[in-house]
Design a protein around this ligand. Structure first.
Ligand code: ADP
Ligand code: MG
Length: 464
């Protein structure tokens, strides 16, 4: 071995400024970004041709006899097999040997069979009282990376596995939820943007009617607003690879809404900008069509998040058990308070002027949820956080599980991953952490539905 005896100096010393200047290009202008984007687009196509990109469509895996009996339909495996044998018309599953594989559609047909023929005391079908609307659940925190999207996506999938009809609305222009759901979004007209635009356009129309009566000139409806007036829900709602999950997707252009909304509000100061999503869910009858509507939000308290929060019945605020995340979540609640209190104040001042009843925002339930929890390191801190948030916090802490990240490009999260790729114990534990989050949210949901149904009954009796 040759020993020079000289250790080279560290790389950041002895840099020659003149040589460094030679390596620089001329000043960068915006055209250079356009060029980089064009190159990246070419590179993307190249990579896709070489098989790096998914084929664009996701496919949901099948579920084995073990999974069906363990997680989806509460029957013993032997009994399940016997029932299939005696009912040839039921889905028989595919695959050789004892284990058969079923699509989720087939699982739902099997579940319907057990619900009508099986033991009456077992819960085959999930509870949803008749005549009460779907519940809207928003997942929000102005901090990024706290597990909003993972929590929202896993909740959507566990609700779907339970047999609920789920609509997922991605309000984050980064579109992570949209990729998880395999959504295709060409431009902002395939996102929540047109429903905001339509809400404003309808508001302008009624405002113009008032102006006309007062002999004032109308406020103009530009091209976007005119187009938005013809917009219908089915233009933005797309099916996903999950038979009972639909999606309103997002992509970068949705961010435009954050600039457009304040401009509209300037134009017409009495437009209730927080009401667009609520109005849309209501007027398009989506609260009848689905059981649960899950809203994933961007890491900011912008106009899209405000709309999501105003539409929500249940608000989940994920945070990690760390000082910084606790601190910023506390401030998030403070911002929620000041934002919504100031909307109420402004609105009620004008309502009092017009002799209308006052309004107040109200949520059925709000829960902070500890995510990515490491019991060995974070128990003390989590206990302190729990003590301060009290009943504002779920009792279950969602464990950190490497399985979330390991799932891969085509497969997102625990429920899409094939358990055969993991050690069985690892799988069972990883899955349990999201099952328990769902169990706690589901308990809240059922409680609210039950309460709503009781109230509807009491109201009906009063009227009778
Ligand atoms: N329970 C969990 N265990 C391990 N990693 C997780 C868990 N929940 C989320 N993550 C990871 O943390 C990161 C941020 O999560 P994400 O849901 O995208 O947060 P947000 O939507 O708040 O920005 C992602 O890489 C995700 O895979
Ligand atoms: Mg996210």
């Amino acid at each position: 071995m040759v020993q020079t005896g000289k250790t080279p100096p560290p790389p950041y010393l002895n840099i020659d400024p003149a040589e460094a200047a030679k390596k620089l290009s001329d000043g960068i202008n915006t055209a250079r970004f356009a060029k980089a984007a064009t190159f990246a687009a070419k590179g993307r196509d190249d990579l896709a041709r070489r098989g790096y990109a998914p084929d664009g469509r996701k496919h949901l895996r099948k579920f084995s006899t073990w999974e069906v009996c363990r997680y989806l339909i509460p029957v013993a495996t032997a009994h399940f097999r016997r029932v299939l044998k005696t009912h040839e018309d039921l889905p028989q599953g595919t695959g050789d040997g004892g284990t058969k594989w079923f699509t989720l559609d087939e699982v739902m047909r099997l579940r319907a069979h057990f619900a009508t023929e099986g033991v009456a005391t077992r819960e085959y079908r999930p509870y949803r009282p008749k005549g009460v609307p779907a519940k809207v659940l928003a997942v929000a925190n102005f901090k990024g990376g706290v597990g909003k999207t993972s929590t929202a996506a896993h909740l959507a999938m566990s609700a779907a596995l339970d047999g609920y009809r789920v609509l997922v609305i991605d309000l984050d222009s980064q579109g992570s939820m949209t990729s998880i759901m395999g959504g295709q979004v060409a431009d902002e007209w395939m996102t929540a943007f047109p429903l905001l635009a339509k809400h404003y356009a309808l508001h302008l129309q009624s405002e113009n009617a008032v102006r006309a009566a007062a002999g004032q000139p109308p406020l103009p409806l530009d091209e976007t607003l005119t187009e938005a007036l013809t917009f219908e829900a089915r233009q933005v709602i797309q099916p996903t690879h999950w038979p009972n999950i639909d999606l309103i997707g997002a992509q970068l252009n949705l961010y435009w809404a954050e600039f457009q909304v304040p401009v509209w509000r300037m134009q017409s100061g009495n437009w209730p900008l927080w009401d667009a999503l609520t109005g849309f869910l209501d007027s398009e009858r989506l609260l009848d069509e689905y059981d649960i509507i899950i809203l994933d939000t961007p890491p900011a308290l912008g106009y899209l998040t405000i709309n999501a929060l105003a539409a929500a019945d249940i608000l989940l605020v994920p945070l990690g058990a760390s000082f910084l995340e606790f601190d910023s979540t506390g401030r998030f609640f403070d911002m929620l308070y000041s934002t919504f209190a100031s909307i109420e104040d402004g609105e009620n001042a004008s309502r009092r002027r017009d002799g209308l009843p006052e309004m107040r925002f109200e949520w059925d339930a709000v829960r902070a949820l500890i995510t990515r929890f490491d019991a060995a390191q974070q128990t003390d801190l989590a206990n302190v956080i729990q003590a301060y948030f009290g009943d504002f916090m779920t009792t279950y802490r969602q464990d950190f599980t490497a399985m979330v990240g390991q799932a891969g490009e085509q497969v997102s999260g625990i429920y899409e991953a094939d358990y055969r790729g993991f050690n069985r114990d690892t799988y069972v534990r990883g899955r349990e952490t999201f099952d328990r989050t769902w169990a706690e949210v589901k308990e809240i949901l059922l409680g609210i539905w039950w309460r709503d149904a009781q109230m509807a009954e009491t109201d009906a009796q009063k009227e009778a």
